[in-house]
Write a protein that binds this ligand. Structure first.
Ligand code: HEC
Ligand code: HEC
Ligand code: HEC
Ligand code: HEC
Ligand code: HEC
Ligand code: HEC
Ligand code: HEC
Ligand code: HEC
Ligand code: HEC
Ligand code: HEC
Ligand code: HEC
Ligand code: HEC
Ligand code: HEC
Length: 430
């Protein structure tokens, strides 16, 4: 019981005794209008006698057959004699506008607080369809029938008689979302359009969503950009469950663009284990490749996985630029554009060099020797582009058909040596 209720109850009790004591005309005699004073909440106006609202127009009461009294004024003027006018704001509730105060309040007394004719939502359902609260998922305050947590029963400066402007109305209760606005990456509709995505009362979709993800997202985002046609290379989580929420927050996060974690950690939440793709291909786990103990390819540490992958992309392996599939490809710069977006192409094009690469015997460029030919060896024959336990990202194991070929690389002061399935141990010396 809140303080107000206690005070009103005490006042009511006081009034009732006072009323019955005063009651000069005897209106509240138990066999006449006594019932008014038996209810829990009695209008304090009753203290000023019945006559403050009822004017006697004939002297044969109670013997007459009605029409012995007239109201002292029409509603709502009668009420506004003693109460502040509640029809001054932009949006008026229709019964208030029409002055029908007694469609919700008893002028005398009631068992409900504020002398309401009915408690909670049942009051509203007298005029509104109760369908409003029927659905698979019902918002808690609606389920609890607390309509007036969000709607003013009388008037408001907000549309739909809302108690507060949006999104404050929602954030008043959902205080855990209050600090979202201060995050690095905030979804523009979060700032004032909660209702673009959520229904306020009920929904057939979890989280009171207007429609399920990703249909919801495509209300505003072009599906061609976010979700390429299904017959092309589509990233697993996009194709499988098409759940944008695997990676993006709909509200806001500290990682652009609305990512749940930073770009490397986000990807590693799934790629920290082997993944069997739709086609039966097994994607290697990156768990042991991009850890601290290992030699991690620098862009992963600095920019994250998106330095080379576009998860929304269409290219093979979702790569942002050209890189060949398989073990062999003609050793031309344009076939390895991805690598040469960051590395100088001299390591591939210069047959003799003292500067373009450390992979040389004297001035003979061994990158050129291995890669620069019609059936050139792709970088992945020697390097793991993500990370490796050996120096220079030299792979510990290379996939060669169905064979996982081991490579043992030893770094020396002026070069290195390599024992691989391809040849006997060979070494180079700058
Ligand atoms: C604050 C103003 C107010 C006071 C005080 C008041 N009434 Fe009323 N009364 C009304 C209004 C307004 C109606 C018309 C109700 C409606 O529109 O539904 C009414 C209706 C009635 C009716 C008609 C039947 C009913 O219950 O609706 C009776 C009987 C009645 N009042 C008796 C009394 C008596 C007896 C007292 C004093 C003990 C009293 N009233 C005090 C405002 C008042
Ligand atoms: C003669 C003066 C007077 C008139 C006329 C009057 N009231 Fe009141 N009313 C009071 C007083 C006094 C209170 C108690 C103080 C307060 O809460 O404002 C009160 C309180 C109320 C309350 C709040 C009760 C609560 O629990 O806080 C409601 C609702 C109410 N009145 C409705 C009406 C309506 C509807 C009318 C018109 C049909 C009306 N009043 C006419 C004097 C009046
Ligand atoms: C649609 C139903 C409805 C109508 C119509 C209505 N009220 Fe109310 N009124 C309520 C409800 C519900 C509350 C309780 C509000 C709360 O808890 O904040 C209330 C509270 C009140 C209160 C006490 C609290 C406050 O806001 O001061 C007064 C006085 C009051 N109404 C007067 C009126 C008057 C006068 C009219 C007619 C002009 C009127 N009401 C019409 C539903 C209604
Ligand atoms: C006496 C009948 C009546 C009662 C009781 C009533 N309403 Fe209404 N309400 C109306 C009418 C009539 C309209 C205007 C027609 C419409 O939009 O459906 C309306 C409109 C509304 C609107 C829409 C306002 C807008 O700007 O479109 C809301 C919200 C609302 N009511 C909420 C409530 C709530 C909450 C309650 C219970 C506290 C309630 N109503 C009780 C009759 C009532
Ligand atoms: C959590 C806040 C919240 C609660 C609780 C709530 N509403 Fe609403 N209601 C809203 C919002 C927001 C809108 C505006 C919807 C829109 O823009 O589509 C609305 C719109 C309405 C409308 C007008 C539009 C329509 O859908 O018909 C009515 C009538 C209404 N509410 C009645 C109620 C009733 C009755 C209850 C209690 C059962 C209730 N509301 C509980 C937030 C709420
Ligand atoms: C009066 C307090 C209140 C207001 C105002 C309110 N909510 Fe809620 N909301 C709740 C409660 C309580 C829950 C249930 C939380 C829980 O179970 O953890 C909830 C749950 C939710 C959920 C999760 C869905 C579910 O079924 O658990 C969403 C989404 C939501 N609210 C959105 C909104 C939006 C949008 C608004 C503004 C239109 C809003 N809320 C205004 C109290 C409120
Ligand atoms: C772009 C669409 C979108 C907008 C705008 C949006 N939401 Fe959400 N909201 C969602 C989705 C989608 C989920 C479900 C998230 C999930 O599955 O992880 C959700 C979940 C929620 C939840 C329940 C889970 C939680 O995080 O507590 C609440 C509460 C909520 N939203 C409130 C709000 C409020 C309040 C606003 C406005 C300030 C808002 N939302 C704006 C799409 C949106
Ligand atoms: C009501 C419209 C609306 C809906 C619905 C919507 N968005 Fe957005 N979204 C925007 C707007 C506006 C922007 C900012 C402009 C832009 O970058 O296109 C944006 C931007 C984004 C961004 C980029 C943020 C950045 O910092 O660049 C992501 C990611 C995003 N939305 C994801 C989603 C996801 C996931 C969903 C579904 C859960 C979704 N959006 C639903 C309107 C919407
Ligand atoms: C596997 C994780 C993942 C999934 C699932 C995912 N995204 Fe993204 N999304 C990202 C990443 C990472 C970026 C940032 C790309 C970058 O920075 O290169 C991004 C960027 C975006 C952008 C901003 C694009 C831009 O050009 O700025 C939008 C909008 C977006 N995503 C919407 C969606 C929608 C809608 C869905 C669901 C259909 C979705 N995303 C699913 C990871 C994901
Ligand atoms: C929610 C889990 C999940 C997250 C998060 C995730 N992935 Fe994936 N990823 C998968 C699945 C599942 C596949 C296998 C798809 C298939 O069936 O071919 C996959 C496949 C891939 C492929 C191979 C695509 C192909 O066509 O063979 C690459 C590259 C990839 N992901 C990169 C990333 C990057 C970069 C990120 C972070 C931005 C990321 N993934 C985040 C689950 C995830
Ligand atoms: C420097 C560029 C680069 C960066 C940064 C990068 N990748 Fe890759 N990734 C590649 C290349 C190139 C391939 C294709 C390798 C091949 O053809 O065998 C690939 C392939 C993949 C595959 C498919 C593996 C398989 O077994 O087929 C996955 C999954 C993947 N990357 C995830 C990630 C994740 C997660 C990150 C961040 C931790 C990341 N990548 C960072 C270049 C990069
Ligand atoms: C986004 C830029 C970027 C891309 C794309 C990129 N790299 Fe790198 N790579 C770097 C940076 C930065 C370093 C660190 C260079 C340094 O420290 O001098 C590096 C270092 C290396 C190293 C030497 C590692 C060591 O320990 O010294 C190898 C080998 C390498 N990259 C191979 C590749 C291959 C193969 C590709 C193409 C699949 C590629 N890189 C694509 C940025 C990139
Ligand atoms: C036959 C094995 C092999 C192949 C194929 C190969 N590399 Fe290397 N790469 C090495 C070795 C060994 C080193 C270490 C050189 C050293 O000792 O400094 C190296 C070093 C590098 C470095 C570090 C800087 C430098 O040149 O010393 C980069 C960058 C690099 N490789 C990129 C590539 C790219 C891009 C490709 C594919 C176009 C490729 N590598 C193909 C074996 C190979």
């Amino acid at each position: 019981m809140d303080i107000r209720k206690i005070v009103v109850t005490l006042l009511s009790i006081a009034f009732v005794s006072l009323l019955q004591a005063q009651d000069p005309e005897g209106c509240l005699a138990s066999d006449c209008h006594g019932a008014y004073s038996l209810k829990e909440f009695v209008h304090p106006a009753m203290e000023d006698e019945c006559a403050s609202c009822h004017e006697s127009i004939a002297d044969n009461h109670p013997a007459g057959e009605g029409n012995e009294f007239e109201l002292t004024a029409e509603q709502p003027e009668m009420c506004y004699d003693c109460h502040d006018e509640n029809n001054t704001k932009k949006v008026l509730h229709s019964p208030v506008e029409d002055g029908e105060c007694t469609s919700c309040h008893s002028p005398h007394s009631s068992d409900n607080e504020y002398m309401l004719l009915k408690a909670k939502a049942r009051l509203c359902y007298d005029c509104h369809d109760s369908d409003i609260s029927e659905g698979k998922f019902v918002h808690k305050p609606v389920k609890d029938q607390e309509c007036i947590d969000c709607h003013s029963p009388h008037q408001s400066d907000q549309e739909y008689l809302l108690e507060r402007s949006m999104p404050e109305l929602c954030l008043d209760c959902h205080t855990d979302l209050e600090d979202v606005e201060d995050k690095e990456s905030v979804h523009p509709p979060f700032e004032d359009e909660c209702l673009a995505c959520h229904k306020p009362h009920v929904s057939s979709v979890k989280n009171l969503l207007v429609s399920r993800v990703p249909v919801l997202c495509f209300d505003c985002h072009d599906p061609e950009e976010a979700l390429p046609p299904l017959d092309m290379t589509v990233h697993g989580p996009l194709r499988e469950k098409v759940d944008c929420s695997n990676c993006h927050s709909p509200h806001g996060t500290d990682f652009e663009p609305l990512l749940l974690k930073n770009k490397a950690l986000l990807c590693m939440s799934c790629h920290n284990k082997e993944i069997k793709s739709k086609t039966g291909r097994v994607l290697a786990s990156l768990a042991n490749k991009v850890t601290k103990e290992n030699n991690v390819h620098k862009p992963i540490r600095e920019e994250g996985c998106t330095a080379c992958h576009d998860v929304h992309g269409l290219e093979r392996e979702l790569l942002t630029d050209t890189f060949p599939a398989g073990n062999y490809k003609a050793g031309r710069v344009e076939n390895y554009k991805l690598c040469f977006d960051c590395h100088k192409s001299g390591l591939l094009t210069k047959k003799e060099t003292r500067t373009a690469t450390g992979f040389r015997n004297g001035t003979e460029n061994l990158h050129y020797l291995h890669v620069n030919r019609e059936k050139g060896r792709s970088c992945i024959n020697c390097h793991d582009v993500h990370g490796s336990g050996q120096p220079f990202l030299i792979s510990e194991e290379v996939k060669f058909g169905h064979w996982n070929m081991p490579i043992v690389f030893t770094k020396t002061e002026q070069g290195g040596s390599c024992l691989a399935g391809c040849h006997e141990q060979k070494s180079y010396e700058r």
